[in-house]
Design a protein around this ligand. Structure first.
Ligand code: ATP
Ligand code: MG
Length: 646
């Protein structure tokens, strides 16, 4: 292909996508040049035994080398890791050179505690620099990290310790949330007591936030080991592309979390490619993802992705509404965008809804001219929220849809290839490498007409970066996700969606969130979208509740902008009536909720996702199931009280 042709081909996203599907080997071999290989691969894609896929077999590489070492040549003294905590009121920037030194100190410390290639290291930490050092150090020496969200308590942590069987656990004395210290060490001690697996050693960063009792022979202080290994030189272990880099658990929104296992080379390529093509990130710039290292977004777009791209990344500890002086400040994020000249930002709709309750003038307080786009993922992004933030910040909002399992966006707008406005309410189009299909839920037939609702599935082979399997449970991987249909096996996302005539997808909710009212199938998302359009609604959750007559009816729980409604019977009846009318006119009477109830908060997972299954269970008088990932138990209690009072 001539150079002129290639340039022409790549100028449109449709062409780019088509090549990824028609000539995947050529396409991915090209993308693989975005990272460093110690030894080139022999085979691009091995899917001889579907649904298992091996990318870049025969190649040797290392995630830490690609994220840190390789940038020393061009940008050793540029910012790499920017740690900002509005909890401890500390702010510190590590250059690539300094980051490399810290990572080597951590790597040497882990080795001194007995960690070798293939061993698991469980990381249970708040959003502090050492958490990133530990992840990168594991990658450096070929240990498998398993980051457990720092907000989990002993029970959840214990089950993950047993599942991962770590040789070493890295943790800290405490985290802090909203100015309140949360001691981690007692939770960790209790979790180790509860688990049958026992780690050989625990490495602890002492932030001096809470007293720590050390267990002799087992517990070690990072400060001491760091001092001892201050000048350590720990070379990168060259790993097979297919070597396991980490395991991570899904959010647990639909039940027991699944341990997702990821490779090395495919993941590195996927991240390098997505930083360029989707996030339009450029070396030397700053990326700010507001997620937590405990979630997949934190792995891909706080730690590895931006660093692989040669960007500085902000690791922020604290609420979106709290200033560096500890006082309320709904503009803290925007102040960071101005200060660090952030060009790409990544957050979640749930965080934007929190900001939506603040004065909109806060969005204009700082100079945000460096910012080129705000990416949002994790949950359906309702149109009013998308418009509010888009107009407030005056940047494109790029909703992107993916899962812990995929590691990077499945649906999005490839902002680095084509600056095309997205569509409110839609997370965009299939990303390169993903063969996205909609299937009829019961017949499995492929739906091709615009506007038909179906289950969102992926046809194999899944692209680089996608999960390899469920950690130590191939059978669970195959049985949970893969369905065999005539002529093909497909991966189910368990999400429900439609595609419009231009190929844009809309996610309507999870397959188990579909409501069947007298034979009509409705996504909870459709009803929520309609309700959230009401000016007085801050947040809403809709669930289907068993009904003797209709099969199921919709039930809505609304957080009103003005909580006064909760104590004013006339006002709440009036608002309920208005909301019902709105749904009637948007979707038809069949979608109208049987009741609209008002609450001050909705039950969510710690990653900010609505726990509809728990709300539904409470409404149906059932046990709410596994609630270990729930954030605020009081929110579910409000719903229990409301249901009991009815
Ligand atoms: P579990 O799998 O344990 O039940 P989970 O599915 O919430 O938990 P994640 O992998 O964190 O765990 O979340 C992925 C899910 O989040 C998707 O399957 C989808 O339901 C939802 N989601 C993510 N991004 C979007 C988006 N942009 N629009 C709509 N839904 C989204
Ligand atoms: Mg899921």
């Amino acid at each position: 292909m001539s150079r002129r042709h290639r340039r022409q081909d790549m100028s449109s996203y449709a062409e780019f996508y088509r090549q990824s599907i028609d000539q995947p080997d050529v396409f991915w071999a090209g993308q693989a040049q975005l990272i460093d290989w110690h030894k080139p691969f022999d085979r691009v894609c091995n899917d001889d035994k579907p649904p298992f896929v091996h990318w870049f077999e025969g190649g040797l590489t290392n995630l830490c080398h690609n994220a840190v070492d390789r940038h020393l040549q061009d940008r050793a003294d540029q910012a790499a890791l920017i740690c900002v905590s509005s909890e401890t009121r500390q702010e510190k920037t590590y250059t690539f050179r300094q980051l490399l030194a810290e990572v080597q100190r951590m790597a040497a410390s882990l080795q001194a505690l007995g960690v070798q290639k293939g061993d698991r290291v469980l990381i249970y930490m708040p959003m502090m620099a050492e958490a990133a050092f530990a992840m990168l150090a594991c990658a450096r020496i070929g240990a498998i990290h398993c980051v457990v969200f720092g907000g989990f308590a002993s029970g959840s942590l214990a089950s993950r310790i047993d599942d991962a069987a770590p040789k070493v656990i890295v943790s800290a004395d405490a985290g802090s949330r909203g100015g309140k210290v949360v001691a981690y060490k007692p939770l960790l001690d209790e979790a180790i007591r509860l688990s049958s697996h026992q780690p050989d050693a625990v490495l602890l960063a002492d932030r001096q936030l809470a007293p720590m009792a050390l267990v002799a022979g087992r517990d070690h202080l990072w400060a001491k080991l760091r001092e001892k290994h201050f000048d350590a030189q720990v070379p990168c272990e060259w790993l097979d592309s297919t070597a396991i880099s980490y395991t991570i658990y899904t959010s647990g929104t639909t039940g027991k979390p699944k341990g997702v296992q990821r490779d090395t080379g495919g993941y590195a390529v996927a991240l390098a490619a997505s930083m360029k093509h989707i996030f339009d990130g450029r070396a030397g710039e700053t990326f700010f993802s507001t997620s937590d290292i405990g979630w997949v977004v934190g792995h891909s777009y706080i730690v590895y992705g931006p660093l692989i791209a040669g960007m500085a990344t902000i690791l922020y500890e604290g609420l979106p509404t709290q200033g560096m002086d500890g006082q309320p400040d709904g503009a803290i994020w925007w102040s960071l965008v101005e200060k660090y000249k952030v060009t790409g930002m990544f957050s979640a709709p749930t965080a934007v809804r929190v900001l939506k309750k603040q004065d909109p003038a806060l969005l204009k307080k700082y100079d945000l001219s460096s910012l080129r786009a705000l990416f949002l993922a994790g949950e359906p992004l309702d149109e009013p929220t998308a418009r509010w933030i888009s107009e407030g910040l005056n940047v494109p909002i790029i909703d992107n849809y993916w899962q812990t399992e995929s590691g990077w966006p499945i649906l999005a707008i490839a902002n680095g290839i084509e600056k095309k406005p997205g569509r409110f309410g839609s997370p965009g189009v299939p990303m390169y490498g993903y063969k996205v299909k909609l299937l009829h839920e019961s017949t499995g037939e492929e739906l091709t007409r615009p506007g038909e609702k179906g289950v969102v599935v992926l046809e194999g082979p899944t692209p680089p970066g996608f999960m390899q399997t469920v950690w130590q449970d191939d059978a669970r991987f195959v049985n949970t996700y893969w369905k065999t249909l005539p002529g093909k096996t497909v991966y189910s996302t368990f999400d429900w969606g439609i595609r419009d005539k231009d190929g844009y997808y809309f996610i309507l909710g999870r397959t188990d969130d579909v409501i069947n009212v007298a034979g009509h199938r409705l996504g909870t998302r459709e009803i929520e979208e309609s309700i959230s359009g009401h000016a007085q609604v801050a947040e809403v959750a809709v669930v289907g509740v068993a009904d003797a007559l209709k099969g199921q009816v919709a039930m809505a729980f609304v957080v009103p902008k003005d909580s006064g409604v909760l104590h004013d019977n006339a006002a709440s009846l009036k608002l309920e009536g208005e909301i019902m009318k709105r749904v009637d006119s948007d979707l038809g009477a069949v979608a109208r909720p049987a009741r609209v109830r008002f609450v001050t908060a909705l039950p969510k997972t710690r990653s900010g996702k609505l726990l509809r299954r728990a709300i539904q269970a409470v409404c149906e008088g059932r046990d709410a199931g596994d609630l270990t990932t729930m954030d605020d138990p009081a929110a579910l209690q409000q719903i229990r009280d409301q249901v009991a009072a009815a």
